[in-house]
Design a protein around this ligand. Structure first.
Ligand SMILES: Nc1nc2c(c(=O)[nH]1)N[C@H]1C(S)=C(S)[C@@H](COP(=O)(O)OP(=O)(O)OC[C@H]3O[C@@H](n4cnc5c(=O)[nH]c(N)nc54)[C@H](O)[C@@H]3O)O[C@H]1N2
Ligand SMILES: Nc1nc2c(c(=O)[nH]1)N[C@H]1C(S)=C(S)[C@@H](COP(=O)(O)OP(=O)(O)OC[C@H]3O[C@@H](n4cnc5c(=O)[nH]c(N)nc54)[C@H](O)[C@@H]3O)O[C@H]1N2
Ligand SMILES: [Mo]
Length: 765
């Protein structure tokens, strides 16, 4: 185990002056300094707008500056004074724009007018909104609904998402893939089976009552930084934080609060992790099995010495099933296997477990390091197994805490964005709107792209996102995307997925929710669900980026109206005039959670969704919380056992990106400058291969499907990462990730463990 406070080689803590400077830099770069700074004061406040970056909870009593470096960058990115209008597109052909870097495409500015691709000139040209809607409607009516996919990236509001799913279903399909399919779907599937709820059970108040937290595969310092405030408060109460992560992430080591004058003026900082375990990529199931083994062994000793039990036997007996099978599995699994697969020493795992046996209330936070694996669902269930052993769910200060990604990704699923018919209240929708919703299962992300490669998809309607960059197997999906008949993009900025387009392609520019959205009934409000299941209102505060752009709800309404015509039973225009009418309908569909939606919209801290597992009511098959016996200790069955030089590649985000949006080429926290085409590697692995820092390498995926997957021009950076594991950036490494390399039950691509080999090295000169 590493002593986190001896990380002298890491000069960076998250927050602090570096963070303040980084915020000032991006505000200046986007030429929005003054405007940006005042806008930030409205971020995550009652009556203001919900940050467009992460989905972390918004407290009832926010800080004056309830934003972070990442959130400020996202705000600056949207409130930029740069614009790309029709004149820009007249100057650049699509072929030319395709030579631009992803960063430069979005950095060019906000889109100002609806555009249609013109094949003759190879340019996007301005089109009127009506013409665009008419044509898209006519195209969709001519297609089979099974051949159309309606994609949602996780940013759009509850109102827009509700309208979008209703549009898709009235049109005739459950093809509603969303970003969650690449993200926390392993949680939705795993937690549903284990506790009968697809979302986490903790709320902000639990931070005040917990006395131990674990972190598995989540990089709080860059991806949910506002949470550092709650972690800092907990650390002040001496709550230990035990982290499992293959990389030493500065944001998980220490934090300087940019809002605390004493921390800013002195070198003081809060130590975040009290134990830091650098396990192997894909070693989490093994590590948790090891912890469970240590807990059960401690219970055996307690029985032997007539001491109070370590296991919560009353909880296990009353509330769970499957404990005996699980305990048997844990007892028979050897420490040798656990140590080999996790890459951790038994003593270290026992130290992590020792904290667990002492604590009365435990939270387990986790992110993509658990979910984006072949056995990602199993990982989630292992988190539950650990929590069940001491009844750490359904009581204050305890529970699973999947930290969600996009700012409304959880909410979109709550209001019906799902390809799984059983998760949508189809009978209610049928009655409420007087139509017969499709009952056939729709396609998720992996299935959509499998079908696209087979030529079975005609159109994709994108509510945000950048799929040709975010999905696996780029070199196979780009040609398939190009062969689509129609691509429609509702978007704020230009990205690659608009340039690699279908035969017909539209760019429909929308407002960012930071902007004032005025409709017939006045200025509108939208809403989101945060990572802890609380719903918040959000109202724009700046002028729209251009007069010619429209709000997301109004674009979705117009698409629905023009496509469905007389088949529609909804007055889309009225909804578009007044979004509170949409909220009334959401309240009718899910009255338990959304009753009095409009009245409760501005509840400080948000109003919570109904969450039976929080009350120890288990909506599972057995009616109990279900223990689970792992299929295997290793998370990646595709990892070749016979190739000694095989490496496990995990793909990461930097502190200067939001998914496929690249703000800058640096990764300040990890000390990487000016390039994202890098591979982080253990120095011993480098020496064994006679490689040095700065050498250029290429990687190839190890797979026997006959497809060549290769990424070259990658520069080696020595890094504190376990041997046999390497790390590179998402989305640059996505050509290496096979589409079929996904979690079995959730189909989340295994982006955190890709089997690769090094195929060439050029020495640094
Ligand atoms: N600023 C910013 N904020 C964001 C985003 C962004 O791109 N930028 N993206 C948003 C979205 S959509 C999401 S889903 C979240 C993502 O947020 P996270 O869940 O934090 O996702 P990642 O950054 O991909 O990786 C998380 C961590 O997993 C570790 N890891 C890699 N492999 C393994 C493994 O096998 N086991 C374990 N235990 N750890 C591993 C990595 O070292 C990294 O620290 O953040 C959201 N917030
Ligand atoms: N290798 C690898 N691949 C991954 C991951 C990984 O860790 N590793 N992570 C996966 C995860 S967790 C996720 S969530 C996906 C993300 O995948 P996507 O949802 O496809 O991608 P984003 O980068 O979030 O989408 C960015 C685009 O959304 C548009 N946009 C921004 N703001 C708005 C808005 O307000 N409204 C509208 N309509 N559009 C807007 C802009 O055009 C911007 O270019 O990627 C996945 N892919
Ligand atoms: Mo995500």
């Amino acid at each position: 185990m590493d002593d986190p406070d001896h990380a002298r080689d890491y000069p960076y803590s998250s927050g602090g002056w570096g963070s303040v400077k980084a915020v000032a830099k991006i505000l200046a770069q986007e030429k929005a300094p003054l405007k940006g700074a005042t806008v930030l004061l409205h971020q995550n406040k009652t009556g203001g707008f919900a940050c467009v970056s992460c989905s972390w909870a918004k407290p009832a009593h926010p800080h004056t500056f309830e934003f972070c470096e990442s959130g400020a960058k996202a705000t600056a990115w949207d409130t930029t004074s740069k614009r790309v209008g029709p004149a820009f597109f007249d100057q650049h052909t699509v072929a030319e724009l395709n030579q631009w870097h992803d960063h430069d495409l979005e950095e060019a500015g906000r889109l100002t007018a609806p555009l249609r691709y013109d094949a003759v000139s190879d340019k996007y040209v301005e089109v009127s909104w009506d013409e665009a809607f008419e044509d898209i409607g006519a195209e969709l009516r001519a297609m089979h609904p099974d051949a159309v996919a309606f994609y949602t990236s996780g940013r759009a509001s509850l109102e827009t998402s509700y309208m979008f799913q209703l549009f898709a279903r009235m049109y005739g399909t459950n093809n509603l893939p969303d970003s969650s399919n690449m993200c926390h779907e392993s949680t939705s599937v795993g937690l549903q089976k284990a506790i009968g709820s697809g979302v986490g059970t903790i709320r902000l108040e639990d931070f005040e009552k917990t006395d131990l937290m674990y972190f598995f595969g989540q990089n709080v310092g860059t991806n949910s930084p506002r949470m550092l405030h709650q972690l800092q408060d907990a650390r002040k109460r001496d709550v230990p934080i035990v982290t499992f992560n293959p990389l030493r992430e500065p944001g998980l080591l220490r934090f300087s609060n940019p809002q605390s004058p004493t921390e800013m003026l002195t070198p003081a900082h809060t130590q975040i992790s009290t134990q830091y375990h650098q396990l192997k990529v894909g070693g989490d199931t093994a590590a948790i099995v090891g912890m469970c083994k240590a807990v059960i062994a401690a219970d055996d000793r307690a029985i032997e010495h007539d001491l109070p039990r370590v296991l919560d036997t009353a909880f296990i007996a009353e509330h769970t099933t499957g404990f005996d099978d699980f305990a048997r599995y844990v007892r028979k699994t050897s420490w040798t296997d656990i140590e080999r697969i996790s890459g951790l020493a038994r003593d270290d795992i026992e130290a992590a477990a020792h904290e667990y046996t002492k604590a009365a209330a435990v939270i387990v936070h986790y992110g993509m390091g658990l979910t984006q694996h072949r056995l990602g669902v199993q990982n989630v269930r292992m988190v539950c197994n650990l929590l069940f052993l001491r009844g750490n769910i359904g009581r204050p200060g305890a529970g699973p805490s999947p930290i969600r990604g996009h700012s409304n990704v959880q909410g979109q699923r709550t209001v019906g964005i799902t390809e799984k018919p059983e998760l949508a209240p189809l009978d209610v929708l049928a009655k409420q709107f007087g139509f017969e919703p499709p009952r056939k299962k729709g396609m998720n992300i992996v299935e959509t792209f499998e079908a696209m490669i087979e030529g079975k998809v005609s159109a994709v309607i994108n509510l945000g996102g950048n799929l040709v960059r975010s999905v696996p197997d780029r070199n196979r999906i780009e040609p398939a995307w190009r062969s689509l008949r129609l691509t429609v993009n509702i978007t704020t900025k230009l990205n690659r997925s608009h340039l690699v387009h279908g035969a017909k392609s539209y760019i429909l520019p929308c407002l960012s929710r930071i902007e004032i959205d005025t409709q017939a009934s006045g200025d509108q409000t939208v809403s989101m669900e945060d990572s802890t299941g609380c719903m918040h209102g959000s109202r724009g505060v700046t002028a729209p980026a251009a007069t010619g752009i429209r709000s997301e709800p109004s674009i979705v309404a117009a698409l629905a109206k023009h496509t469905l015509r007389e088949r529609s039973t909804v007055d889309w225009d009225r909804w578009c005039d007044d979004y509170s009418l949409v909220r009334d309908e959401i309240a009718k569909t899910w009255p338990e959670t959304f009753h009095d939606f409009n009245a409760r919209l501005w509840t400080p801290g948000g109003f919570p969704r109904v969450l039976p597992a929080r009350e120890r009511i288990w909506k599972t098959e057995s009616g109990k919380a279900e223990f689970f016996v792992p299929e295997m200790l290793e998370e990646d069955p595709d990892m070749p056992v016979r190739e000694p030089d095989a490496l496990r590649l995990t793909t990461l985000r930097s502190d200067s990106q939001f998914n496929t949006t690249i703000y800058a080429h640096d990764d300040r926290f990890r000390g990487i400058k000016s390039s994202r085409m890098v591979i982080l590697m253990n120095e011993r692995d480098m020496r064994a291969r006679s490689l040095h820092a700065g050498d250029e390498i290429a990687l190839e995926t190890i797979a026997d499907d006959g497809v060549e997957r290769r990424v070259a021009n990658l520069t080696l950076v020595p890094y504190a990462i376990p041997e046999g594991c390497i790390a590179g950036y998402y989305p640059e490494c996505n050509p290496l990730l096979p589409l079929w390399h996904h979690a079995k039950e959730s189909k989340v691509p295994g982006a955190k463990s890709i089997p690769v080999r090094m195929i060439a090295a050029r020495k640094r000169v």
